[in-house]
Design a binder for this molecule. Structure first.
Ligand code: URA
Length: 453
């Protein structure tokens, strides 16, 4: 281990064999590596970085040491991963949409991290919905409805768990090679043939600078290429919360409204684009689409507009219904969400203090605000309140008059509502002029072809 740390400290490169031995030693059950040596190596990586070959080798070693999934008996399986944002309920509407298009989706999702929400926490706001599934339960649900979402078990990529815990407490989270290896090792172990990455950038993302998000996206697409997976990365804006809802039950309700064809425009645009990218990835992996259920055009010229029309047929909502019931929830949540989801005792409008145009959202702080209300965790032991959160009623560039509501605050108490209203008023800026340009929701899509071109 001393030699391994020294190699990186002096700017050398690790061989794949050395990285594999490091990962094996990291998770060895008899005498795992001491934290201080692993932390020293992580810090050396932050200063000296990993080159691409090292990053790919680290990813493969992390994925290989632990349980891996194989869905080959089910067919070509496509996964989607978001790097995390505020109001990001994408998976909950996208996965049933893609499954309804005839493409199997098997997915391991995560919990809330920092100011960002987590798909598992959101799904658990549907009463009795379970994300703790055995491999055979996952296979049975996937075969039955073309879609399954579960929490990662401890035996999958245990190296990521060990490394992440140390990165978190040694300020070594934000190295792009380490992030790429962390994400891609879990995707590879999850067994998907193709992966669409939703790489967020901007105020409400982990990567605030576009260049960093792009570099992360490039690295992950290239790792996919190296490891025989077809990967596309969509760079999407987190300059404002996605859609309207921020908070666990509120986001489930918004995902359902979207599957009912009544969702916010930006959210519908994002899921239709990601669904289209997943179709491309599925086809590139050799997935058959000749018997796919899209009616408006044949598979060769399936457009994003076709997917949008398909969303409005309600077929994706039917898949959602079946999926919820197979994972333990009541399928009627698909028609009457508020008969099942937890509601907050206090719902209060947040009035605009000035007239003008919405020029800025402090998106990260809005995520923090909802976390502080109980929508996220500050310690591992915290219990979430699924009912709390916000429903934003304005987006960037909208005109507002003083006194008009900017948002609805869903709070656990009158005191929490009052404090949240005051905080939110300071996090949404209203200026005299409409911003000259608004950030595009989707900035760019990277594929292995676009990288080599
Ligand atoms: N998400 C992950 O899974 N890993 C990271 O390192 C960062 C975000």
């Amino acid at each position: 281990m001393l030699e391994f740390i020294a190699t990186k400290k002096y700017g050398g490169s690790h061989t794949p064999e050395a990285l594999d031995a490091f990962i094996a030693a990291l998770i060895a059950s008899d005498s795992p590596l001491p934290d201080y040596q692993v932390a020293a190596w992580l810090m050396a990586v932050c200063w000296r970085d990993l080159n691409f070959d090292e990053t790919a080798a680290l990813t493969l070693a992390m994925a290989a040491h632990g349980r891996t999934c194989d869905w080959s008996d089910v067919g070509i399986v496509v996964d989607k991963h978001s790097t995390g944002g505020v109001g990001d309920k994408t998976t909950i509407a996208l996965a049933p949409l893609v499954a309804a298009l005839g493409i199997p989706v098997a997915k391991f999702s995560g919990r809330a991290l920092g100011f960002t929400g987590g798909t598992l926490d959101k799904l658990e706001s549907i009463p009795c919905f379970t994300v703790d599934l055995t491999p055979s339960q996952m296979r049975s649900i996937l075969t039955n409805c073309g879609l399954v979402i579960a929490g990662q078990t401890a035996d999958m990529v245990p190296a990521d768990k060990a490394l992440y815990a140390l990165r978190d407490v040694t300020v070594t989270v934000d190295n792009i090679a380490l992030i790429a290896a962390s994400i891609m090792s879990k995707k590879i172990a999850g067994g998907a043939n193709g992966i669409v990455l939703d790489v967020k950038y901007g105020e409400g993302a982990f990567m605030q600078r576009y260049e960093d998000a792009r570099q992360l996206a490039e690295t992950m697409v290239a790792i996919g290429e190296r490891t025989g997976r077809t990967v596309r990365a969509v760079l999407s804006s987190m300059e404002q919360p996605l859609g309207s809802a921020v908070g666990n039950a509120l986001e489930i309700a918004e995902a359902i409204e979207t599957l009912q064809g009544r969702g916010p425009k930006d959210f519908e645009e994002l899921i239709c684009r990601l669904a289209w990218e997943m179709v491309q990835v599925y086809q590139a992996c050799g997935g058959r689409t000749s018997d796919a259920p899209w009616e408006c055009c044949d598979s060769s010229d399936l457009t994003i507009e076709c997917i949008q029309a398909f969303l409005h047929t309600g077929q994706a909502l039917q898949v959602f219904r079946k999926w919820v019931s197979l994972q333990g929830g009541d399928p009627q949540v698909a028609e009457r969400p508020w008969d099942f989801l937890a509601t907050a005792p206090v719902v209060q409008p947040c009035p605009a203090l000035d007239s003008g145009f919405v020029t800025h959202f402090a998106t990260r702080e809005i995520g923090e605000l909802v976390r502080g209300m109980g929508g996220g965790r500050r310690t591992k032991a915290d219990v979430l309140d699924p009912a709390v959160g916000l429903r934003l009623l304005v987006h960037l560039g909208d005109a507002v008059a003083a006194g008009e509501p900017l948002a609805e605050v869903h709070a656990a108490s009158q005191e929490q509502a009052a404090a949240t209203v005051a905080a939110l008023q300071s996090l949404i800026t209203i200026g005299p002029e409409r911003p000259a340009t608004l950030p595009p929701l989707i900035a760019e899509v990277l594929t292995s072809a676009s990288l080599s071109g």
